[in-house]
Design a protein around this ligand. Structure first.
Ligand SMILES: [Zn+2]
Length: 430
């Protein structure tokens, strides 16, 4: 973990937020390479959830929503953790995280806790200049509600019939008492959620389908089978809306932790919003003549914790000819930089071919061009951030009009004519 965090800082993947002020309470900024990695994680999700399917459409709803949404969804009443204060040292803890001894984890005093109080995890703010209750609003704690309140808009305009889904990627906010483990648990985070609306009787079948599909997505993108597991929730862990939830968990360095949750939300949300808004959110099935409120299966994934899991799985150190090589074996689709175009040296004769290849690749693939230092060192720099291919322009290129393409994992080098190299590399990413 330490090594991955160091790599992230050293190579511009992730920085502490407000770094020059000493950071800020478990918030993080994604640097030039990190923003590419996270974007690729979201794009890979979008590709498999929306682009490759004919039964899921996308949505981008606002973070600020009508406050009644959170009353209907149950978040105002129940989205909270029980907190206790130590009367001795004034530290605050989650009651369910206290040690069995009953001693304060901070000062060690026994039996010094206040009664538990419910602490709502939503960030509250005010819309407009007047800070009163009438203008209160919340930063959304999940993207899902933006989907539910748009169910009718989307269903009628896209003319989809259940089973169909609405997918959304976006920021959510939870005032977590104990954030931590780098980008695993943060108060501001990015979600990838899809609400899949089905006829009520088909709920269990689609639940099984999505648990499997989402598990397989992580394997496809480079998480080893041994590092991933599906854990059904016990009944006492279930959210207020759910009749069944399974977490896809990853073997983080500190133990198994959630990557994604797949929940059967039943008709809870649509029924609640129908009640609170007065809008009819039934679906009318013309073939059967039936009116029903669809049931919902929700695969809900964090983009940040997925990026972390991919980084942890990809990180590798090996010995090559007596030297240590650090390599991120990221799936090609997730790698921040796809191709590095490198002249063998700074010699002016190599510059025109290098920049020609670079500018021909640029419209299709994220590329990097690096001229400083020995070629071996530059390969290592690219290995370290997971660049799948390096193209090297050397002095032979001036004679044979060909370049060397080096593959990251095998380090195998192949000579390719300059005329073919753009097509060759594009093919590797199809
Ligand atoms: Zn204390």
């Amino acid at each position: 973990m330490e090594r991955v965090v160091n790599l992230c800082k050293r190579r511009g993947l992730v920085f502490p937020s407000s770094d020059i002020y000493g950071g800020f309470r478990s918030t993080w900024d994604y640097g030039p390479l990190g923003v590419l990695l996270k974007r690729n994680v979201k794009d890979a999700w979008w590709r498999s959830m929306v682009q490759l399917r004919d039964d899921v459409v996308g949505l981008d709803s606002a973070i600020l929503m009508h406050p009644r949404v959170w009353e209907a969804s149950g978040h105002v009443a129940t989205f909270s953790d029980p907190l206790v204060d130590c009367k001795q040292c004034k530290s605050r803890f989650r009651q369910d995280h206290l040690p069995e001894s009953g001693a304060c984890p901070n000062c060690g005093t026994k039996g010094s806790f206040t009664e538990a109080r419910q602490f709502n995890l939503m960030f509250k703010t005010h819309v407009g200049p007047v800070e009163d209750e009438a203008n209160a609003a919340y930063l959304r704690p999940e993207t899902a509600q933006g989907i539910f309140v748009n169910f009718k808009n989307v269903q009628t305009t896209s003319r989809l019939k259940p089973p169909f889904g609405i997918a959304q990627v976006g920021k959510s906010f939870r005032n977590e008492i104990t954030p931590g483990n780098f980008i695993f648990r943060t108060r501001e985070f990015e979600q990838r959620e899809m609400e899949f609306f089905v006829p009520p009787a088909d709920g269990p079948k689609w639940f099984d389908y999505w648990v499997q599909a989402r598990h397989d997505w992580y394997i496809e993108h480079g998480i080893p089978e041994s590092s991933i597991t599906v854990r059904p929730h016990d009944t006492d862990e279930l959210s207020h809306y759910s009749t069944g939830t399974s977490d896809i968990e990853y073997a983080y360095p500190w133990g198994w932790g959630e990557l994604e949750g797949i929940a059967q939300r039943t008709d809870f949300d649509l029924t609640q919003h129908a009640k609170f808004s007065g809008e009819d959110l039934n679906y009318f099935d013309q073939e059967s003549g039936e009116h029903y409120v669809p049931h919902v299966i929700e695969p809900a994934a964090g983009a940040d914790r997925a990026a972390l899991a991919f980084l942890l799985s990809a990180y590798d150190e090996e010995e090559v000819n007596g030297d240590k090589r650090t390599v991120l074996r990221l799936h090609k689709r997730l790698a921040p930089i796809k191709v590095a175009v490198l002249p063998l040296s700074k010699n002016e004769q190599l510059a025109p071919i290098t920049s020609e290849i670079a500018s021909k690749l640029r419209p299709y693939l994220m590329i990097d061009s690096d001229v400083s230092g020995a070629i071996g060192r530059r390969y290592r720099r690219q290995d370290e951030v997971g660049t799948p291919y390096c193209v090297t322009v050397d002095f032979d290129s001036l004679e044979d009009s060909a370049v060397t393409v080096r593959e990251r994992d095998s380090m195998q080098q192949t000579r390719i004519p300059i005329a073919d190299v753009v097509a060759y590399l594009r093919e590797q990413f199809d």
